[in-house]
Design a protein. Sequence first.
Length: 206
Amino acid sequence: MPNDGFQNYPYQSAAHSHAHAYLLPAIDRILADAGPRTIFDLGCGNGSVAGHLSSRYAVLGVDYSRQGIEQARAAFPQIRFEHGSAYDDLAGRYGQFDCVLSLEVVEHLYDPRTFARRMFDLVRPGGTVVISTPYHGYLKNLALAAAGKFDAHFTALWDGGHVKFWSMKTLAALLTETGFVDIRFERVGRVPAFAKSMIAIAGRAP
């Protein structure tokens, strides 16, 4: 993820972030329904999600933060973690997987089309991709404006922070353009209209 702020993204430990409290219950259910054997964790950060999943699935994690990868390897030595970019030819390097998981990554990327193509290459025909990103919709954006929270939510002062702000419509358009099918969404954290994040689930045709 060159020039997207991830190389020096700060990870203080290999613990879950606050977002995992509302993301992981939905992710566990989605993966149980999909039934993958192998998972590629793209943008695995400090490895906490891979660690959570590793007792049920074979997981490989890649992230551009060297600090994150170092912490992941130390905390979860049974899992393979590699340093790399979402823009690299990851399928050429690691092969294909039943599921590609990428949580709270796409909002940090200047080039989401390349990211989506790399995900498409990584997932086997008939496989599943699962992507989460902060949710943006009319009522939530209206509430942010009314509460005077726009500067805090859309801050320009977070080094390595969010550079893209996705809606269901725009993320679905990206996935459709890339070739994914059967796209659906779930919203998590708070009531749906004011959800903290949305999760896109999509497939690659067999």
